[in-house]
Design a protein around this ligand. Sequence first.
Ligand code: GLU
Length: 338
Amino acid sequence: MSINQSGDEIDLLIGKMKTATSPFRAVLNSLHEKFRNNQEGDVADYIPELFKAKPDWFGVTVVTTKGQSFQVGDSRQNFSIQSVSKPFIFGAALDEHGRNKVLERVGVEPTGEAFNSISLDEESNRPFNPLVNAGAIATTDLITGKDYPSRVNRLFEIFSNYIGRDVHVDNSIFMSERTTGHRNRAIGHLMRNFEMVSNNFEESLELYFQQCSLVVDSHDLAVMGATLANQGVNPLTDVRAIAPNHVKDVLSIMLSCGMYDYAGEWAFRVGIPAKSGVGGGIVAVVPDVCGIGIFSPPLDKKGNSVRGVQVCEELSKEFGLHTFAVSEERQKLIQMLS
Ligand code: GLU
């Protein structure tokens, strides 16, 4: 949708998706058919447990802000959420502490560096943004609770509100994250050196490993996306997951930093807020319209799901979803006014 799309246009778009003949279901089926045999990309292997994923897994779900759901392929296949969790924790930190405090700990600047780079902004000592590991660890550090179990419960509560059911961690993934997490520990120590994280940062690293290991499927990601699209209220449960004034902060960061080093190209080509993870998940948000959840483990060189990127590119093109797209309807008005 375009930034100035009217309520009528939004209803029309949702209407097109849900009609009895369901042309949208046919669109999803044909996209799945078109890309399912694409064998490009590699399943992530830097955490041994992730490498167990099957390259053929491919599921897509779209959930609208009115709560309709459209699914195709392995839409209910479980996987670990990984970095897709990061914007949601950024949102929770904003809700808990307010903008000023959060921005003391983390910037909002895209970086051309790797997601796990051991670097901070030289002037402010802050991590560049909440979607690289350093920034994510700093925002997870802001998740409070009287002790570690209460912080874990708070973490689960954040995601349960978005997803609409209880969540749990995949213990083998968690152990794999923990035993191989030296780089993340190094980032944690560097940030502690500059007092960008609390004294408790080692516990926060554990919490971060738990966060990355949460079990989701593409339907869950679509509901999470639909919650952001719906100004922070889960359309299936009516539960508020994030304050309305923080939704745009989360979406802005997703648009500028959500797709690793492909973020600029993504904003240019697809133009909707999204976040991907090394598990092969992508969540994308079409404000006021729907959330899109995709799962397909083979990743491209930038770390994004190959089939996931293709599906989003096609949907964006087909339905004019780019944030700055000029819809045909608007074009007509522009012509009438000129
Ligand atoms: N568990 C991963 C890490 O911190 C998250 C990576 C990702 O999905 O980008 O290394």
